[in-house]
Design a protein around this ligand. Structure first.
Ligand code: ADP
Ligand code: MG
Length: 263
């Protein structure tokens, strides 16, 4: 399956080290090479500590590589770009602002006039099915609803890249399934490039067109798997089950060759 869209994000020979407790450089990511195409839905999958967040932070411009080059649209990434949005696990809503005002916030930060910002915010609350909660405050919402507000706020600025770092990890399974479907639907409607970090094999194969499997100590890419399925597909689809097995075997293989590997 060859992706005909232009390359959006290019990671070339990227390594990243951080000082450890004794001040010595600890290699967290080693020699990462990856090209992500415009409009692609890609998952970074691996156990805790393998460097998923670090790799995402490098792409989002929150960190700079120790060596190697990282570009978006051909330009070197050296700082965050307001055209790219990150959604975290903890929602990041302002408790003193109601739902509508939380969504408006990002639009006003972009310089949009308040009337226009309000209309756009209402449109995106509708998209995530929360119109009737526009005047509610975050404390009055469930975790799943809070994350939908965060998604509406991120989408309202119409980003061309959305970075998501384990956004559904704190939610119960049913809410997580619903939000996965919502993200897929929105992706198909708006076609942003999505980089989705997860440690959940099921989530990765269900969502992504490509799953990048990472392994730790130091963090690296061990395999990239194309998921040649319609999105969304039935959760009981035989193809999905086969991919799940394939990804799991990759982890077992990595485990056999690396005694420090913890799944
Ligand atoms: N700012 C930092 N300073 C020092 N070490 C860090 C920093 N950020 C991440 N690390 C280390 O890098 C490794 C990978 O972390 P991370 O990217 O958060 O992994 P993941 O998201 O896959 O769980 C971990 O061992 C972590 O302790
Ligand atoms: Mg992480």
């Amino acid at each position: 399956m060859k992706n005909e869209n232009p390359v959006k994000i290019a990671v070339a020979n990227v390594s990243k080290s951080f000082p450890d407790a004794r001040g010595e450089q600890l290699a967290v990511l080693v020699d990462i090479n990856l090209q992500i195409h415009a409009g692609e839905f890609l998952c970074l999958l691996g156990p805790s500590g393998c460097g998923k967040t670090t790799l995402m932070n490098l792409m989002a411009g929150f960190e700079n590589p120790t060596s190697g080059i990282l570009t978006i649209d051909g330009l070197t990434v050296d700082r965050p770009n307001p055209k790219h949005i990150t959604i975290f696990q903890d929602y990041g809503l302002f408790p003193w602002r109601n739902v509508l005002d939380n969504v408006i916030l990002g639009l006003e930060a972009k310089g949009m006039k308040s009337k226009e910002a309000r209309a756009k915010a209402e449109e995106y609350l509708e998209l995530v099915g929360l119109s009737q909660f526009a005047r509610s405050f975050p404390r009055q919402l469930s975790g799943g609803m809070k994350q939908r507000v965060a998604i509406a706020r991120a989408l309202a600025v119409e980003p061309d890249i959305i970075f998501m770092d384990e956004p559904f990890a704190a939610l119960d399974a049913f809410t997580r399934y619903r939000l996965q479907d919502e993200v897929l639907r929105i992706w198909q409607e708006k076609k942003p490039t999505i980089i989705f970090v997860t440690h959940d094999i099921d989530e990765a194969v269900y969502l992504a067109q490509r799953v990048v499997i990472m392994s730790p100590n130091p963090g690296r890419i061990s395999r990239v798997i194309n998921i040649k399925l319609q999105k969304p597909c039935d959760r009981g689809d035989a193809g999905l089950t086969a991919y799940r097995g394939q990804v799991f075997r990759e982890f077992e293989l990595a485990h056999e060759t690396n005694s420090e590997y913890i799944i």
